[in-house]
Design a protein around this ligand. Sequence first.
Ligand code: GLU
Length: 271
Amino acid sequence: MKFRRIGAAAAAATLALGLAACGGSDDGGDKLKIGIKYDQPGLGLKEGNEYTGFDVKVAEYVAEKLGTSEDDIEWVQAPSAQRETLLETGQVDMIVATYSITDSRKEKVSFAGPYFIAGQDLLVRADDDSITGPDSLDGKRLCSVSGSTSAQTVQEEVPGVNLQEFGTYSECVSALQSGAVDALTTDDTILAGYAAQPQYEGQLKVVGNSFTEELYGIGIQKGDVEKCEQINEAITEMIDSGDWQTAFDETLGTADFVPGPGNPPEPEPCS
Ligand code: GLU
């Protein structure tokens, strides 16, 4: 018993020395901080200390090309409404979180990419045939997330809808399941990820009538053209090497989601 304890202490000391020798600092100062979603299966999902999804794989690929190993990534939760602020205040170095490139966001942040094209759609309960698209939403209780293009678009397109905005899409899914709302609107990618979860099997369905084009970019600090160009190079390489397809097949592909037309996209020039 005593021996074992000494052994453990010695092992811990060796480990500590090993870490110091590798130049690892314990304040995390040299980490690359990447904002992702924590509750979107197939895209960005945190389960314990495991991070999975297509956005996570894109982020890891890009980080490696920027010279950062997986161990030196610090994941940060980036809810839709907080993404610009997280970048502006330097709490993250980049954001890979189903983040659509838009002109109004470009006033505060810059984007590399796009690395994926999604489209806004609707998720309803499996037995509901009354909602077939944005045209049938008048008077319905619809859930979406604050600070998302999804909430903004539906508010503009369907003024007669009863929109309830939550902080995350997983809260909307619970509300849909319990009957507190009639539908959830956001990108088809996100909806497919939820619908494929074993706990919702047979209960939820994606309407399959997408009505916008969402170009997913990698958000960075405004005006960092050099980093944007490095990231675009990494995205292009990921696509050309086939790693983009593999990453997709291993993540959202397992939810039977097929990328729509235009995928994989070509990154836009940085400015
Ligand atoms: N892609 C849309 C957006 O950036 C909806 C998904 C999200 O909120 O992350 O607003």
